[in-house]
Design a protein around this ligand. Structure first.
Ligand code: GDP
Ligand code: MG
Length: 161
C-alpha cells in the first residue's frame, strides 16, 4: 500500500508530507524545485500505518524540462500509488499545469483526494472549493503549516484504503 503526494512545485507537498508523517524527512524550501527526488515515510492515523511518498521536485532549468518532469511525476504516481493526494495551492488557484495533471488523473482509476493547501484562514478555506472544478476527487482545505484540516483529510484517506 502506498499514498503518493503529487502536485506542482511550491504548493507545499513537502510541508504536507512532514506534517502528515510528523517528521522532517522532506526538505521544505521557499524556492520551487529543491525537494530531493522521492522521500518515503509513514502516516499513523486511527491505529493504521500508511506508507507515503513525497514525489518531490526538480530543478526547472527550462520550461520544457519542467513540464516533462511534472508529467513523469504523475505517471509514476498513477503506477505506484493506491491513493494520490493531489496538492493544489489556494493562493494561486488552478493553473494550466494543474489542469494538465487533472486530465491525466481523470483517465486513470487511482483514487484521488485533492488537498487545497495554504488554506490558513476562513477566506482561503472558502476559496478551496474552486478545486472541485478539476473534477478528480473530493477537496480538502488544509493548511500544512498550521495543521488545519489534516484530520478530515486523514479520515477520508483511511476510508479510501
Ligand atoms: P513543494 O515544492 O510542493 O514541496 O513545497 P514546499 O513544502 O517546499 O513549500 C513551498 C513553500 O510554501 C514554503 O515556503 C512553505 O513554507 C510554504 N507552505 C507550505 N504549506 C503552506 C501552508 O499551508 N500555508 C502557507 N501559507 N504556506 C505554506
Ligand atoms: Mg517539495
Amino acid at each position: 500500500m502506498l499514498v503518493a503526494i503529487v502536485g506542482r512545485p511550491n504548493v507545499g507537498k513537502s510541508t504536507l508530507f512532514n506534517r502528515l508523517t510528523e517528521s522532517q524527512l522532506a526538505i521544505v524550501h521557499d524556492e520551487p524545485g529543491v525537494t530531493r527526488d522521492r522521500v518515503y515515510g509513514e502516516i499513523i492515523w486511527n491505529g493504521r500505518t500508511i506508507p507515503v511518498v513525497d514525489t518531490g521536485g526538480y530543478v526547472p532549468h527550462s520550461s520544457e524540462r519542467f513540464e516533462a518532469a511534472i508529467r513523469e511525476q504523475v505517471d509514476i504516481a498513477m503506477e505506484d500509488a493506491d491513493v494520490i493526494l493531489y496538492v493544489g495551492d489556494v493562493t494561486t488557484g488552478i493553473t494550466d499545469i494543474d489542469q494538465e495533471m487533472a486530465d491525466k488523473l481523470r483517465k486513470d482509476d487511482t483514487p484521488v483526494l485533492v488537498v487545497a493547501n495554504k488554506a490558513d484562514n476562513d477566506e482561503r478555506r472558502w476559496a478551496a472549493s474552486e478545486f472541485y472544478e478539476m473534477g478528480i476527487g473530493e477537496v480538502f482545505p488544509v493548511s500544512a503549516t498550521n495543521g488545519i484540516g489534516t484530520g478530515e483529510l486523514l479520515d477520508a484517506l483511511v476510508d479510501t484504503l
